[in-house]
Write a protein that binds this ligand. Structure first.
Ligand SMILES: [Zn+2]
Length: 309
């Protein structure tokens, strides 16, 4: 049994919030747009979280939260409690953990959205489903962009918030990236890139990578080429990881993972072709879906309460 916690998962476009009960159920899950374009984005975020927290507590007056779990996007220094930088939301070196702790008068467990959601995926989701304790793993989130959570010998690798930026590591056939570098995996392997490149190559505008997959399944050679190039690029990046941190499992989440075996099967094949003596990781889909972040916030809240009894 755990006490109730207030949980927030702050992304560039929206905030998910929930209150957990003693059994760890997530109550009142809600998603609202993140307030943007204010002069003090950090203060504005905390104010918005306070409002969401008050709503949750009013809905379940018998549950008295004992800690807060707060995840944010961007570059995050978990140890220092800082939102170092968010391109989407605009803060720099914002002491978000301390600000939230003051606003709620509670201990706050603070973390990066992708890395903490990855930890939850490993503990409660795909990692748990593998049955054996996986100590070396990568959770690869492929959506509009690509981000990763890395776990080595049972520990999350943070490096002051700079680890796991797999989407901005170059691959052989990458393109110019908005980040300023050339060849980033994101420019060819993300769901966003698949849709954009298909539209450029075919002249047919599509809503997302799902439509490219559908076109490929009806025999469209342009769609097949672009899908395969994305798979090759992702496999290249995973192969690099196999020789650097040697994961036992690679868990694929994010929008593109909805393609299921249409993505995973060719990915396994392409990866196998690139490896020799390396340990070949299992490639499996994520299982927690949209709630992975809130589950991660739950882990952080529980840690915070242990640190500040
Ligand atoms: Zn880049």
């Amino acid at each position: 049994m755990n006490p109730p916690y207030l949980l927030f998962d702050v992304g560039g476009t929206d905030i998910k919030s929930a209150l957990s009960d003693e059994a760890g159920n997530l109550l009142g899950i809600r998603r609202v747009p993140t307030r943007r374009g204010t002069p003090d984005p950090a203060a504005s975020l905390i104010d918005q979280l306070h409002g969401l927290g008050s709503d949750l507590m009013a809905q379940s007056p018998l549950l008295v939260p004992q800690a807060v779990g707060l995840l944010v996007c961007g570059i995050v220094d978990e140890d220092a409690g800082l939102g170092v930088f968010s391109a989407n939301l605009g803060w720099r070196d914002a002491p978000l953990r301390e600000m939230a702790s003051k606003a709620f008068a509670l201990p706050v467990g603070f973390g990066h959205d992708v890395s903490t959601a990855g930890a939850a995926e490993l503990r409660f989701g795909a990692g748990a489903a593998l049955g054996t304790k996986v100590r070396n793993a990568v959770v690869l989130v492929i959506g509009t962009g690509i981000a990763a959570a890395l776990f080595v010998d049972g520990h999350a690798v943070s490096a002051g918030g700079y680890a796991g930026e797999l989407g901005h590591a170059a691959v052989p056939v990458g393109f110019d990236c908005p980040c300023g570098a050339h060849g980033c995996l994101e420019t060819i392997g993300s769901a966003g890139a698949i849709a954009k490149r298909y539209t450029q190559a075919s002249g047919r505008s599509v809503d997302g990578a799902r439509e490219v997959l559908e076109a490929m399944e009806t025999g469209d050679p342009v769609a097949a080429r672009i899908w395969n190039e994305a798979v090759e690029a992702i496999a290249f990046s995973i192969a690099q990881l196999c020789s650097s941190i040697a994961p036992e499992a690679v868990i694929i989440g994010g929008g593109l993972a909805q393609a299921g075996e249409a993505l995973l099967e060719p990915l396994r094949r392409s990866l196998r072709n690139k490896l020799s003596y390396h340990r070949e990781p299992l490639i499996v889909p994520a299982r927690l879906g949209q709630d992975a972040g809130l589950r991660g916030a739950y882990l952080k809240a529980a840690e915070a309460r242990e640190v500040h009894p």
